[in-house]
Design a protein around this ligand. Structure first.
Ligand SMILES: [Zn+2]
Length: 207
């Protein structure tokens, strides 16, 4: 269990309301800190896997992970256990996604062990992480989510349904663009230095 996550006796969650984690098999818990628009989400207290929407099977989670695999076989993922994710909670830009699973390094290790794979290498992506933290900082003050990165096709944007809120969000985004970057650079650098960067490129290998 990660030291930064609340300590909950895992057996307390076993039952139909707490389906097994697709990565490690421990019971999932409802992820209550998320914005309402996200719908019912779960997270694993053991390996940190975040599940947005339907919980699915181990095969579903593996397919979701492989979806990020490039031609060279490397996988880029946004780290739910990152310093920036823990700091910004429901405002974390990595939550603005069409994907079902939000991975942590531990959840990936557990997940790929199901097909006899291990982590071969992992490389922090500071540029991507700084952009994510920049957007997360702005998300903390806007009604919508990922409005700036979404405009550049770097994330899925969720604008507010009300026009006046969208106008206010556009104004807030402009006002906070520079201050949020000043904040994002040190936060992500600290995250990288303590091994909890916002995004990483990993390679897997067969045992
Ligand atoms: Zn798990």
């Amino acid at each position: 269990m990660r030291p930064d996550l609340p300590t909950v006796p895992l057996e307390a969650g076993a039952g139909p309301e707490n389906p097994p984690c697709p990565a490690c098999g421990e019971p999932l818990f409802v992820w209550v800190e998320l914005p309402v628009e996200t719908g019912l989400a779960h997270r694993c207290e053991a390996c940190g896997l975040g599940v947005l929407g339907r919980t699915g099977t181990t095969g579903d989670a593996l397919a979701d992970l492989d979806h990020d695999s490039g031609e060279d076989g490397a996988i880029i993922f946004e780290n739910r256990a990152s310093f920036q994710s823990q700091l910004t909670g429901g405002a974390w830009s990595g939550l603005g996604t069409d994907r079902a699973y939000r991975f942590t390094p531990e959840s990936i290790v557990r997940l790929v062990s199901n097909r006899d794979q291990v982590l071969d290498s992992s490389r922090w992506l500071p540029g991507t992480g700084i952009l994510m933290m920049w957007q997360s900082g702005i998300n903390m003050f806007t009604f919508g989510h990922n409005l700036a990165l979404g405009r550049f096709g770097r994330a899925r944007a969720t604008p507010s349904r009300k026009a006046w809120r969208r106008r206010l969000d556009a104004f807030i985004t402009v006002v906070l663009a520079v201050p949020s970057m000043l904040f994002a650079v040190p936060v992500e650098l600290i995250g990288g230095l303590i091994g909890r960067g916002g995004a990483s490129r990993i390679r897997l290998k067969v045992l």
